[in-house]
Ligand binder design. Structure first.
Ligand code: GLP
Length: 250
């Protein structure tokens, strides 16, 4: 894994956005894997600014989001579809037909998961997958478990995740208890992975995930086995892992 320490959230967002920008400059028809949460927001703001300035062209690119709450549709402000429209898609020129997110209102979950996997394959797979990390080490909504779940699937959310995500809802009881998520194999098949981690409160899980045992109890730990994974984090998030990292960042 490659580790890039940034000074603060803004610097982290700049570095992550530049890596994503490089991808689209090098390969205008690339396929992004995208994430929600606070971590990527700054990077999305920068991509939108660079698009507005005419620096980036997304017209040939596609994007697959990691996950979506079951039961929430595009009109629900807490849905990940809504988040992506609001924070990125409405501000860049990526075609609507090229923007994919699992359908939270799908009637047949198994069919929806199979459709999503087939859509990713149909675009030739993901070139660069952007990730955040949950407090319990989840990536997407791959929650701690006894096994790595492989493909896109419907999952029960853990108490820790429901608690963490309740900040976006009026009351805790409104947080959906299930979600669609790409599986670990879906994520690991991405040609590159870029994980963004911010804040002291993520320092401990970052150390367990990237320097602890590879285990489905800490789903992000699987990224240690990815051939091209980069972690960009701010000083708070890197406070415990800094001592493990050599001068080359590896
Ligand atoms: C949610 C998302 C994850 C995200 C995580 C961390 O649970 N499903 O994809 O990485 O939250 O979010 P944040 O970046 O806000 O800490």
């Amino acid at each position: 894994m490659r580790f890039i320490e940034a000074v603060d959230y803004e610097d982290m967002s700049q570095k992550a956005a530049r890596i994503l920008a490089a991808q689209i400059i090098m390969e205008p028809d690339c396929v992004f894997g995208l994430a929600t949460g606070d971590s990527p927001l700054g990077a999305y703001r920068l991509l939108a600014e660079w698009r507005a300035a005419g620096v980036l062209d997304f017209s040939r690119a596609s994007a697959f989001n990691l996950d979506e709450y079951r039961g929430l549709g595009p009109d629900s402000p807490q849905s990940y579809r809504f988040f992506m429209e609001e924070n990125l898609f409405s501000k860049i020129n990526m075609l609507e037909a090229n923007r994919f997110i699992p359908d939270g209102l799908a009637g047949d979950p198994d069919a929806e998961c199979a459709r999503y996997e087939a859509a990713i394959d149909g675009r030739g797979g993901i070139d660069i997958q952007l990730l955040g990390i949950g407090n319990n080490g989840h990536i997407g909504f791959n929650e701690p478990s006894d096994e790595f779940k492989t493909d896109t699937h419907l999952t029960d959310l853990t108490k820790s995740t429901i608690d963490a995500n309740s900040r976006f809802f009026e009351q805790r009881a409104d947080v959906p208890v299930q979600a669609y998520t790409m599986g670990i194999r879906t994520i690991m098949r991405a040609r590159k992975v870029l994980l963004i981690v911010s804040g002291e409160r993520k320092a401990e899980i970052a150390e367990r995930a990237f320097f602890g045992a590879v285990t489905p109890q800490v789903p992000a730990s699987i990224l240690q086995l990815h051939g091209d994974a980069t972690v960009v984090g701010d000083a708070g998030a890197f406070s415990l892992i800094r001592r493990h990292i050599g001068r080359t960042g590896n």
